[in-house]
Design a protein. Structure first.
Length: 101
């Protein structure tokens, strides 16, 4: 207990008690809990990452929407899609599949 009194007398007695409480409160606020500075930085990084992912998927949705519209409106596009994706063929032709190893 004497050490604490000596430390207070030598270093902290010159500081106003209100400043001491304010500084202690700020240190506690910025270093403890979910709202400390490090956690806030991690949360901001996660938000930026998720926003990039959202923009990527929005672009993919737009591309797929255009492809779907092309399949609904264009008969040649539908035939091309069926040939490429499902290996369909016309009755009088042969299709050769080349598989890469």
């Amino acid at each position: 207990m004497q050490r604490i009194k000596d430390f207070y007398k030598n270093y902290l007695s010159r500081i106003n008690a209100y400043w001491l409480v304010t500084i202690g409160f700020l240190i506690l606020t910025f270093s403890v809990g979910d709202s400390n500075l490090y956690q806030r930085y991690l949360y901001e990084e996660k938000i930026r990452e998720l926003e990039k992912e959202i923009s990527y998927y929005e672009k993919e949705i737009e591309i797929n929407r255009k492809k779907l519209d092309d399949l609904h409106t264009n008969k040649e596009g539908l035939e091309r899609f069926a040939r490429e994706e499902y290996n369909m063929k016309r009755p009088n032709e042969d299709v050769y599949l080349i598989r890469k190893k």
